[in-house]
Design a protein around this ligand. Structure first.
Ligand SMILES: Cc1cc2nc3c(=O)[nH]c(=O)nc-3n(C[C@H](O)[C@H](O)[C@H](O)COP(=O)(O)OP(=O)(O)OC[C@H]3O[C@@H](n4cnc5c(N)ncnc54)[C@H](O)[C@@H]3O)c2cc1C
Ligand code: SF4
Length: 498
């Protein structure tokens, strides 16, 4: 039984079914019709209205709408509750973790070591890259854009190397999906499926025999005799109980601990060590046109700040070069501002073009350290199903804030070298996209699951997804989520009946 049909759940379900196991995958949300979703995006003012969203999920820039925020800072997570999960909405940057990302404690005396190494994951990283279709690993690299090349010229002055980042986005036709056409809408949706989303493996799983129950939120795991024996979910307005010998929880780093806590499965570490990747967004106006909006939103970046002795005292980070202009400067908004200043007709057209073509954006994602006080617990407020909503405690650490300060210096140097004006470094925050921690892997008594993602307390329960990460690392999480899921499914296919 697999709970959640995001990339973690779908890969497990598919791989187990391919090995001949009977699998039921239960998903809270509805299926997505790609064309309808793309049309909704085209009609909507907000990118985040693209998917069918129920009341019981977080909404972008409304961190209090679903979560109860109790920390020093709001934890502004967003994720989708649909068949295929959040990869519908992701940007698809797929860097591997560095060996040091999993050995922070032994190398730098901070954070925590993982009970697995990058070397252990090597074959599964390769499999994940082939399954997701990573350009730069499973197929040729995507080409750097004109804008990327202008940034690279400026960055070179400081010894910064701009490189194309690996991405689960087709540079050629691959796995029955077309090559990227550069329409710059990957976030929130690729209208043609050139960007990977987990509907790919939901469909493959269905073809391999997996039964899928969509719109069936699981509300409780049922335990007896030291094992999970079944679950309770809502299906067509009814409460339904299902029994199974094995359970794989793949509901993401907020919903998985919420379900465990609500089911009364006691482990003192469940919900603790919530992490994201702090984000520093900076924008400026280049001296000359750099022509954004002609490619995926991010193609290239700078990775050399991920690792070094500095990690004893501050966070590592990756700089991404945005090809999608300013967050607060979409062409209609710029046109509105210019109209207010008296521009009209051809003069207005030329001024919009001039402004938009010069928009520069740099975004750094900074690692966060695990802290027991940053956590998911249960709110007294209930959701529409009568389940406690997630209560979040969160604060950024000095370690992360110092990493962010360093990233501001890098952004500022590049902007200056490009002769840019209108520089704005937005206030730093956690990045709503990347979640980790909350069901960490490690030794019994210090964690929730072991190195094979098996619960220390309930031997037939496995947790897959970034919830199991002991540290957040310096790469976005999903390729590592996929590698761990494939490794777990391979082990289960060899050793257990499911
Ligand atoms: C805007 C954005 C950009 C991103 N960009 C990147 C990127 O460039 N690179 C990267 O690596 N990552 C990125 N991410 C993160 C990435 O999307 C996630 O890491 C990934 O989708 C997590 O997959 P998952 O399967 O673990 O969880 P999810 O995709 O969240 O799937 C969990 C599934 O479980 C279901 N579920 C939850 N609770 C229940 C329940 N009680 N019963 C039944 N089903 C349930 C949910 O409906 C959902 O379908 C981005 C995320 C966002 C939002
Ligand atoms: S740029 Fe367009 S075609 Fe390419 S992956 Fe993004 S949305 Fe899809």
């Amino acid at each position: 039984m697999v709970i959640g049909s995001g990339v973690a759940g779908a890969l497990c379900a598919w791989k187990l079914a391919e090995a001949g196991r009977r699998v039921l995958m239960i998903e809270a949300g509805p299926p997505v019709d790609r064309l309808q979703a793309a049309a909704r995006f085209a009609r909507s003012e907000k990118a985040h209205d693209t998917y069918p969203a129920g009341p019981d999920q977080p909404r972008f820039q409304q961190p209090d709408q679903y979560f109860e925020q109790r920390g020093k800072e709001p934890f502004t997570a967003v994720y989708e509750k649909v068949v295929g999960g959040t990869t519908w909405h992701w940007l698809a940057t797929t860097l591997r973790f560095l060996p040091s990302d999993m050995r922070l404690k032994s190398l730098y005396g901070v954070g925590q070591d993982w009970p697995v190494t990058v070397e252990d994951l090597e074959p599964y990283y390769g499999e994940a890259e082939r399954e997701l279709g990573v350009a730069g690993a499973a197929m040729p690299w995507l080409p750097a854009t004109y804008l990327d090349k202008q940034v690279a010229l400026a960055a070179r002055k400081f010894g910064y190397r701009v490189e194309v980042l690996p991405a689960a986005r087709n540079s050629i036709a691959y796995d029955g999906r077309p090559a990227c056409r550069g329409s710059a809408t990957c976030f929130p949706i690729c209208p043609i499926g050139a960007k990977y989303d987990a509907s790919v493996h939901v469909d493959k799983a269905a073809r391999a025999g997996v039964a899928l129950w969509s719109e069936s939120p699981v509300t409780r795991l049922l335990v007896a005799d030291g094992k999970v024996v079944g679950l309770e979910c809502r299906r067509g307005g009814e409460v339904v109980q299902v029994r199974a010998p094995l359970f794989i929880l793949a509901a993401n780093a907020i919903e998985s601990p919420r379900l465990l806590l609500h089911s009364g499965l006691p482990n003192p570490w469940t919900g603790r060590y919530l992490m994201g990747m702090a984000g520093q967004v900076s924008r400026a106006l280049a001296a000359r046109p750099v022509w954004p909006f002609r490619s995926p939103q991010v193609v290239s970046g700078i990775t050399q700040f991920r690792d070094g002795a500095f990690r004893k005292r501050r966070a590592g980070f990756v700089v991404s070069i945005g090809n999608d202009g300013w967050p607060d400067g979409a062409p209609p908004e710029i046109a509105r501002q210019l109209v207010e200043r008296g521009f009209k007709g051809k003069e207005l057209q030329a001024a919009v073009r001039e402004h938009v073509s010069r928009q520069l954006l740099l975004v750094s994602n900074c690692e966060e350290l695990p802290r027991a006080d940053n956590r998911v617990s249960l709110s007294d407020q209930l959701d529409g199903l009568g389940m406690p909503r997630p209560r979040l405690h969160f604060a950024l650490s000095r370690y992360t804030l110092d990493g962010i300060d360093e990233s501001v210096l890098v952004h500022a140097r590049i902007f200056q070298e490009m002769g840019a004006s209108h520089v704005l470094h937005y206030e730093q925050s956690d990045d709503p996209a990347h979640l980790a921690g909350t069901c960490r892997m490690g030794e019994p008594g210090q964690s929730v699951v072991d190195a094979h993602l098996r619960s220390h307390d309930w031997p037939n329960l496995y947790v897959v997804g970034s919830a199991v990460f002991p540290t957040a690392g310096t790469a976005p999480p999903t390729l590592t989520v996929a590698a761990l899921a494939l490794r777990c499914a391979e082990m289960l296919a060899k050793t257990r009946s499911s």
